[in-house]
Write a protein of this length. Structure first.
Ligand code: ZN
Lengths: 480, 472
């Protein structure tokens, strides 16, 4: 599996000049990046100073600005880390560099990953390459816009409750949230540690898979990371396909209620994808997952509780932005955090602090953990019985800037399919379905733990039936 | 009115692992500020803790030695509070599942002993250090992330004297375990006290926390002061506030640091970045098999051999010396003579060359040979010291030294007579004093003669020759 043509050599000589010019121009139109420097990429060199050769040799890529890349910024889309340069690289980034890829920039995001439009960045909004009046989704919206606009073949995002998959769906990309623990979190600026993972966005299944494979595996610096257990031979049975189609013998479950509250375009896209999977030979079955009703409240309690502690370190004392004029430690912390954090971040810190108060933990935090166990148990059991659990990614297509077409409460309920995978720690892959009204739609397939390969295999079959499309303005495979 | 006082201790032990609790920085005191730091212990964005199992094993071993029930599934929690020297503004600690629960510690008190029940022992990371320099506050993060074991006792001590005695015994235990050097001045052993006074029989009074006691003496003095202060307040019908007070060593008094009407909410919750530590049967068996004889048990054994209290203390103070003593006895040395030699000559060499050099170079049989030679009168104190130095300074087997000494010993009677004659002549006054009945004076003549023979004269033959020369 080679990804070199047509990207091979793009960071060299005349092609690099042409590439840099295209990037500058597209960046002006989209605002995908917070830092972009294709002429000075971060890459791994061997002992002799030669660029690493590996599965991703020569490929430029972009990294969401809440993942550490040595020598680059790490703003997390927040004023509070304005000017901070990372002294180290995240393990997932390091592994991609060792596989030969070169990081050319850091992408925009909702502050600390909190949001679903990338408008909640302290620096600027990013625009959707399909329609610049629309958002690219979030929180990894900058990465999605960069890949959809052909600026890089792939980009990294982080996914705490759908932050890779929802922007992938909004921009017509493959977006993988791996199994919790499959990819090291070392170097991801934590929002909700027990939920989030690094994820990848790409225009092709093959590349998304190659990037995942390069990143995956136990890391001694992340004690929650593990090597994927060897797949049992019995599980391979369903992979073979047969005369009745490439997915013959596969079972794909659709939870009841999946179509509730969807925009018509999203519903059509979802039905088209399901029909295509059925045409390919898959058996599509209905499934009851009553615990899905508890996903959003459990998710918000756990995510905000963890965030309240994770974000406590940002006080401007040993790094980051520090506000002037404080007379005491308390005042310094107060001033720095008041000015440094945006409203959504403050809201989530306050919520998290509230649910962790002693005397209230049983009502909120412990109850949410019980619900999480219930959800995780139900989803893991369901995922073991089938090849994948299919659902929409998000109830809307890319919405207009400044107008989510949902109130904030609806917006949060909209996360139930994506958040379920984070609560259960299961892998989930967003993949493009048909264009509706000129905009992408997507479908999410959730698999069993460490079953990423099966999801990619199904995605490959779906791509044969519904070939993924690129935005009309950026349709060439490689920009230079 | 008759009062009762209740003192409980929260003791922090700095575990002597090579690296910090959750990163690979050296866990070392006294280096240039902010040199033993990395993104992990500085709480940089994106980093994760990685448990140091060497340090956790030290915590388990200590909890085991304290008789705690060891936790099979020990996990870590975040304890949240904002403090300038705490990089993450939460401390990785333990709450619901500490390393050990319960347990008891028996310590020497006066001529006897007392047993103090323990509540729990938990593993946690240390904060950094803030230094106030005039207008500025400086932060040193070398200590941040160093592994600590916190031991929480029941409030069952009744005085500062008891607290000091407990801490001194505990210090000896952790030094024997090799998990902590027990230095209070440098902060590797730290102690806060909860002190309350109430009418006798009425149970605990209002709890006052006393901090900033960085020596054994200050612990005793601060607690005594606090008991007296509260007793006086009760006598005068004043309210005792629930508060934290700091010991001021210059004023010899405690003073209010902060009043807590409502206790601080640390919002504990399980650390999502660290899996629980599963202590298997095998692991716990390993902890149990690494157990050592407690210093108190060792001391009791010495006392039972008739060794005086202070001499026993000087041997038991260091595990290495106690083990050397046992090894010498096992090699046939007599207990009292060994203890005497250890308290004087070996102690002096420990002070000069350090404990590790002494115990590395002197083994039980070597020490036994010296002590036995002395006891049998085959060698004098000079040869004994020379044999000891041959071992400690030159790394030579003391038995070899004794053999050589015996070969070159001056046993030839005319030669010994000559030495005796000139020594008596040189120490005529002492010889006369001895004749006049001062028995001790003989040793001065002996000393001069021994020096003249460079320690090589057979001591018994020499003494006989001197007595003959003096004419006693
Ligand atoms: Zn460190």
């Amino acid at each position: 599996m080679s990804h070199l043509p047509p990207w091979g050599g793009i960071l060299v000589g005349a092609r690099l000049e042409a590439y840099s010019r295209v990037l500058e121009e597209r960046e002006r139109g989209l605002g995908a990046f917070l830092e972009l420097d294709p002429r000075n990429p971060v890459r791994a060199l061997d002992k002799d100073g030669k660029a690493a050769t590996g599965a991703l040799a020569g490929l430029p890529f972009a990294v969401k600005d809440n993942i550490a890349v040595e020598g680059m910024g790490l703003s997390c889309g927040s004023r509070i880390l304005d000017g901070f340069r990372s002294p180290y690289s995240a393990t997932c980034v390091r592994r991609l560099l060792e596989a030969g890829a070169a990081c050319i920039g850091k992408t925009n995001l909702d502050e600390f990953g909190m949001g679903s439009s990338s408008e909640n960045s302290a620096y600027k909004p990013s625009l959707n390459p399909w329609d610049r009046d629309r958002v690219p989704g979030g929180s990894s919206g900058g990465s999605a816009a960069a890949v959809a606009a052909g600026m890089v073949p792939f980009a990294l995002g982080t996914d705490t409750g759908g932050s890779v998959r929802q922007p992938a769906a909004f921009c017509g990309l493959y977006g993988l949230k791996p199994t919790y623990g499959a990819v090291s979190r070392f170097g991801l600026v934590a929002y909700a540690s027990s939920l989030e993972t690094a994820g990848v966005m790409a225009r092709t299944v093959d590349l998304a898979q190659a990037v995942f494979v390069a990143m995956a595996g136990r890391d001694p610096r992340d004690r929650t990371s593990v090597d994927a257990p060897g797949e049992e031979a019995a599980d391979r049975r369903a992979h073979t396909g047969g005369a009745a189609g490439p997915l013959a013998g596969s079972r794909i479950a659709v939870p009841s209620g999946s179509l509730l509250g969807l925009e018509p375009g999203v519903e059509r896209g979802f039905r088209n994808a399901i029909d295509a999977l059925r045409d390919a030979g898959a058996e599509v079955v209905d499934i009851e997952l009553p615990s899905l009703a508890h996903v959003v409240p459990a998710y918000y309690v756990i995510a905000t509780a963890e965030a309240s502690a994770n974000l406590a370190r940002f006080t401007g004392i040993s790094y980051g932005a520090r506000m002037a004029g404080a007379e005491s430690h308390e005042e310094l912390v107060l001033k720095t955090r008041s000015a440094g954090f945006g409203d959504e971040v403050k809201l989530r810190i306050l919520l998290g602090t509230y649910v962790l108060r002693s005397g209230f933990q049983y009502r909120y935090y412990h109850k949410a953990q019980k619900l999480r166990s219930l959800i995780a148990g139900e989803l893991a059991a369901a995922a073991l019985g089938v090849d994948a659990i299919a659902s929409p990614v998000f109830p809307t297509q890319a919405f207009r800037r400044g107008d989510p077409a949902m109130d904030p409460f609806m917006q949060k309920l909209a996360d139930r399919f994506t958040c379920a995978a984070n609560l259960a720690g299961l892998p989930a892959l967003a993949m493009p379905s048909t264009l509706e009204g000129g905009l992408p739609t997507g479908i999410q397939l959730m698999g069993r733990a460490f079953g990423e390969d099966r999801l990619f295999a199904i995605a490959r079959v779906l791509a044969d039936h519904i070939p993924p499309a690129a935005p009309p303005l950026y349709s060439e495979e490689c920009p230079a | 009115m008759k009062y009762q006082s209740f003192v409980g201790l929260e003791i922090h032990i700095h575990l002597r692992s090579r690296t910090k609790a959750f990163c690979s920085c050296p866990a070392h005191f006294g280096d240039e500020p902010n040199t033993n730091v990395c993104p992990v212990c500085m709480g940089y964005p994106g980093v994760l803790p990685a448990l140091n199992e060497e340090a956790l094993a030290m915590a388990y071993r200590t909890a085991h030695a304290l008789g705690c029930t060891l936790e099979r599934e020990s996990f870590f929690e975040r304890k949240s509070y904002f403090y300038p020297d705490m990089p993450k503004n939460y401390q990785i600690s333990q709450f619901a599942r500490p390393v050990g629960r319960g347990g008891a510690f028996e310590f020497e008190l006066g001529g006897g002993a007392k047993t103090l029940r323990l509540r729990e022992c938990h593993f946690e990371e240390d904060a950094g250090k803030m230094i106030h320099a005039g207008e500025k506050s400086l932060l040193d993060f070398n200590r941040a992330g160093c592994p600590l074991l916190e031991i929480v006792t029941e409030p069952e001590l009744s005085s500062g004297t008891e607290a000091e005695a407990m801490l001194r015994s505990l210090r000896r235990l952790v030094r024997h375990l090799g998990v902590c050097d027990g230095n209070m001045e440098e902060g590797s052993l730290r102690c806060d006290a909860n002190v309350s006074v109430n009418t006798e029989g009425a149970g605990l009074g209002t709890k006052v926390e006393v901090k900033n006691m960085n020596s054994f003496r200050f612990v005793r003095e601060a607690i005594e002061f606090e008991i007296e202060r509260q007793t006086k307040a009760l006598d005068e019908g004043e309210r005792i506030w629930q508060e934290t007070r700091l010991w001021n060593e210059n004023h010899g008094a405690t003073a209010t640091m902060r009043r807590k009407e409502s206790s601080h909410d640390y919002r504990f919750f399980p650390e999502p970045d660290l899996p629980a530590f599963a202590a298997s049967d095998e692991y716990l068996a390993g902890i149990a098999s690494a157990a050592i004889a407690s210093p108190l048990a060792r001391k009791r054994a010495l006392l039972a051999l008739g060794i005086p209290n202070e001499r026993a203390d000087s041997i038991v103070e260091e595990r290495g010396l106690a083990e050397l003593f046992d090894a010498a006895l096992a090699a046939g040395a007599e207990a009292a003579a060994t203890a005497t030699f250890m308290e004087s000559d070996i102690r002096a060499r420990v002070n000069r060359f350090g404990l590790s050099q002494v115990i590395e170079r002197l083994d039980g049989p070597g020490l036994a040979a010296i002590v036995q030679g002395l006891a049998a009168g085959e060698i004098g104190a000079g040869v004994a010291r020379a044999a000891l130095d041959a071992a400690v300074v030159e790394g030579k087997d003391p038995r070899k030294h004794l053999e050589e000494a015996s070969r070159s010993r001056i046993a030839d009677y005319p030669a010994i007579e000559a030495i005796a004659r000139s020594a008596v002549a040189a120490e005529r006054d002492s010889a006369d004093a001895f004749l006049a009945g001062n028995a001790k004076a003989l040793s001065r003549v002996m000393g001069a003669a021994m020096r003249a023979s460079k320690g090589m004269a057979d001591p018994r033959a020499l003494e006989a020759a001197i007595r003959k020369e003096i004419g006693s």
